[in-house]
Design a binder for this molecule. Structure first.
Ligand SMILES: Cc1cc2nc3c(=O)[nH]c(=O)nc-3n(C[C@H](O)[C@H](O)[C@H](O)COP(=O)(O)OP(=O)(O)OC[C@H]3O[C@@H](n4cnc5c(N)ncnc54)[C@H](O)[C@@H]3O)c2cc1C
Length: 453
């Protein structure tokens, strides 16, 4: 890549950033994708990593391998902490802590969203959420550790506490996760344990609203609730988690003793959205998303595009399709503008929504129709496989699912060590290694920046 060409810096190699990068493959530009992970994560299947069904590699291919054939693009592993819109410079931290400066002519910001504990940030210590591969592995260790503890435990009350799992939030992620915990407890694990009857596990889904899957059609909501209850999940609607500590969770109503809590209740935009709003006249919405113009640019900055979960445009939901479509649109717009062409505002095409409830059951709202059960599951499977990156991952995923479908106790990824279980169970455990929902440390003034070529 030569430095005289128009420089496009894309921050975030998720759905938005990757699609913007790919749409620029034919343009006369140099693209640098900066991400704080070295992989492109297919978040919709993350819960399957947490449930021990899939290995993470199938849903998180290395970013540089995804763009390997795109000669005008490269990937860098760095954590962006400042955007200097005046100097047109992105400031990031390299893995060794030193700063990195990247000059741009056009900037695409697509850093997604993080968990939101709705002002109860201390919940993060007791109810981890799921946003990265590391989070999913951590949840998997946590779930499996509780079953291991229950097997050793002789006191019936203590054992019941180890075997109580509470998922907070009945959106698609919460429903998918709770369904997997139920399948583990009722179908996968029973024959592997000797002292404990894993089917006695109490699996609770808490939801503050009056229905599961709040944005879905009422018919699909009712189906989902019934199906979950049939799988042994206790669905508690209109119920808010008001407090929690290491051993218990307090809800409005009776308290529950549970050592396993999973947060699937809310997200807020990446902190870079607020930073961009503070540096410009752009507004910020309740989810922390920065309002963009109809062409996805930041007000007053036609060279800065903000897309995906961190952008607020036409009240679009924070799901994959808007991010993918905005990414493709922005890539085309950048190329068209360099060629001196006019562009139309972004138009969203709603392809529908879907969620799985467990093996063999899903709900889908697509093509103007509602699907449930096995038909919904087949649709869900095909759509998700189609959107994975690369045929190797697609075939690997189909094989993994087929194997788990035929051998219902087959979860190949159930490995934990004593140390992992100990760290997960320790009170006041150190989560320093996990991404914090705050801006990373700014490198010290004496750290000399590396200027990327
Ligand atoms: C568990 C889960 C399940 C989901 N299921 C579905 C589903 O079934 N269907 C659906 O449509 N949507 C689903 N979603 C939502 C969907 O994944 C998001 O809407 C989509 O990923 C948004 O794309 P994005 O490009 O805006 O952000 P992301 O895909 O999140 O990408 C953001 C990227 O930015 C990087 N990044 C963040 N901060 C920095 C920084 N400071 N410096 C450098 N890099 C940074 C991140 O590492 C990441 O790679 C799910 C989300 C989750 C978490």
């Amino acid at each position: 890549m030569t430095s005289e060409r128009h420089r496009v810096v894309v921050i975030g190699g998720g759905f938005g950033g990757l699609n913007a990068t790919r749409a620029l493959s034919g343009a006369d530009v140099d693209v640098t994708v900066v991400d704080r992970t070295n992989y492109h994560l297919f978040q919709p299947l993350l819960y399957q990593v947490a449930a021990g069904i899939m290995p993470e590699g199938l849903i998180a291919p290395a970013l540089r391998s995804v763009i390997t054939k795109q000669a005008n693009a490269r990937a860098l592993l760095a954590d962006v902490y400042d955007l200097d819109l005046g100097q047109k410079v992105v400031r990031a931290r390299q893995p060794d802590g030193r700063p990195l400066e990247l000059a741009y002519d056009t900037l695409v910001v697509a850093t997604g969203a993080t968990h939101s504990y709705f002002g109860n940030d201390h919940f993060a210590e007791f109810a981890p959420g799921m946003k990265t591969v590391e989070d999913a592995r951590y949840l998997r260790d946590g779930i499996l550790s509780k079953f291991e503890m229950a097997e050793i435990e002789s006191d019936p009350q203590e054992r019941a506490e180890w075997l109580t799992f509470v998922v907070i939030g009945a959106g698609p992620t919460g429903v998918e996760l709770v369904g997997q915990v139920a399948e583990l407890a009722h179908k996968v694990l029973p024959r592997d344990y000797r002292s404990v009857n894993t089917t006695e596990a109490r699996i609770v889904l808490l939801e503050g609203a009056g229905a599961v899957l709040p944005p879905f059609d009422p018919k699909l909501q009712r189906y989902t609730r019934k199906r979950l209850e049939k799988m042994g999940v206790e669905v508690r609607l209109n119920t808010l988690a008001v407090d929690m500590d290491h051993d218990s969770i307090t809800v409005k109503g009776p308290d529950g003793l549970a050592r396993s809590r999973i947060w699937a209740a809310g997200v807020q935009a990446s902190p870079l959205a607020r930073m961009l709003a503070e540096k410009t006249s752009a507004e910020i919405d309740r989810a922390g998303r920065v309002a963009v113009q109809p062409d996805c640019t930041l007000p007053g900055h036609p060279e800065v595009y903000v897309i995906g979960d961190m952008a607020s445009l036409n009240k679009l939901p924070g799901v994959a399709q808007p991010a993918i479509q905005e990414g493709k649109y922005v890539g085309k717009v950048i190329g068209a503008r360099l060629a001196g062409k006019q562009v139309e505002p972004f138009k969203y095409f709603n392809k529908g929504s879907m969620a799985t409830i467990g093996y063999n059951a899903a709900v889908a709202d697509a093509f103007g129709m509602k699907f449930t059960g096995f038909v919904g599951y087949i649709m869900w499977s095909l759509v998700h496989v189609m959107y994975l990156i690369g045929w190797g991952n697609r075939l690997g995923t189909l094989y993994t699912w087929g194997r788990a479908l035929v051998f219902s106790n087959n979860r190949a990824h159930r490995i934990i060590t004593f140390e992992e279980a100990r760290d997960e169970l320790a009170e006041g455990r150190n989560r320093a290694g996990r991404p914090a929902p705050i801006l990373p440390r700014t490198p010290a003034a004496e750290d000399p920046p590396t200027r990327a070529r």
